[in-house]
Design a protein around this ligand. Structure first.
Ligand code: SF4
Ligand code: SF4
Length: 280
């Protein structure tokens, strides 16, 4: 089973919950995985203090020009919507960091003067703790798109239960991360801003026709009713309301998983896991 955790912004608690769900799943399943698709700023590995077992470079394909065949017709540059192709003295030149590797320019070239070449854009690190795998995607600084790394991450062996930690927001990198997810869990904070963010990611999962549930994090003593009303209106099950807790916050800041050490939080996570399994 693949579950994806999303939130409209960073800091809602997505990574902390994803990591702890992965630790919880390894207790109940033969094998489990945590997959960090937040490739621009991966930090889930901080909760897996184990040596890197494998480092794998991820490549993208960029256009390479055959000057002998090129007639300077400019069809390639006219096609590129990312302005990654410029002409210098009638010769096409690539601004590699702006290329989104769509392959379109090579398709439109009437002279077949463009082939594709490999260019490294980042890497995947694999860590292993008994039956739990941790995969972290790392995009090189300055690169325009981490989609290729996310695609490579999602081809990894996720075992019986994989937890996908999505990038924040709802850009194309998030769409790619949830593409094959069996269940999307939206992490929401009980504030007006939190509700706005929840609505954003909910619209995305609705468009993609994904089975969706919500976890409310940092719940205050007085519940924020508009958030629960929103979930009711859209038939979104609330799997848990995690209270604002300084002890949990401290555990997070120390880079320690709370599952297995914090009794109350462990049973809450077990309960979330049981509900996820019941929804499958
Ligand atoms: S592969 Fe796509 S994004 Fe890259 S230069 Fe060609 S048209 Fe532009
Ligand atoms: S489309 Fe092909 S022939 Fe035309 S400028 Fe680009 S590389 Fe040259």
């Amino acid at each position: 089973m693949k579950i994806a955790l999303l939130s409209g912004k960073g800091g809602a608690g997505k990574t902390f919950l994803a990591v702890n769900l992965a630790y919880c799943a390894r207790r109940h399943e033969q094998s489990a995985a945590y997959i960090d698709c937040d490739v621009e700023e991966p930090n889930g590995h901080l909760f897996f203090p184990f040596p890197v077992k494998e480092r794998e470079t991820v490549f993208t394909l960029i256009p390479s020009f055959n000057k002998e065949k090129c007639t300077s017709c400019r069809a390639c540059a006219d096609f590129c919507k990312f302005n990654a192709l410029v002409f210098i003295k009638k010769t096409p030149m690539l601004l590699a960091e702006m290329c989104h590797a769509c392959g379109g320019c090579s398709l439109v070239c009437p002279e077949k003067a463009i082939t594709e070449a490999k260019r490294p854009i980042g890497m995947i690190e694999t860590r292993q703790y008994e039956n739990l795998s941790c995969y972290s995607g790392i995009l090189n600084i300055g690169e325009a798109s981490g989609i290729k790394i996310i695609q490579s991450l999602l081809q990894k062996d996720g075992g019986d239960f994989s937890v996908i930690d999505c990038p924040p927001g709802c850009a194309c990198s998030v769409m790619e991360s949830i593409e094959d997810a069996d269940l999307c869990i939206l992490i929401a904070e009980p504030t007006a801003f939190g509700l706005h963010n929840l609505n954003m990611v909910y619209e995305l999962t609705a468009i993609m026709k994904k089975k969706t549930a919500v976890i409310i994090n940092k719940e205050q003593s007085t519940p924020y009713e508009p958030l629960t009303n929103f979930c009711r209106q859209h038939n979104l099950p609330i799997l848990a309301k995690i209270p604002f807790d300084r002890e949990l916050g401290q555990t997070l800041s120390e880079g320690t998983a709370a599952y297995g050490t914090n009794k109350k939080f462990s049973s809450l996570t077990d309960n979330i896991y049981a509900q996820i399994k019941a929804m499958s």
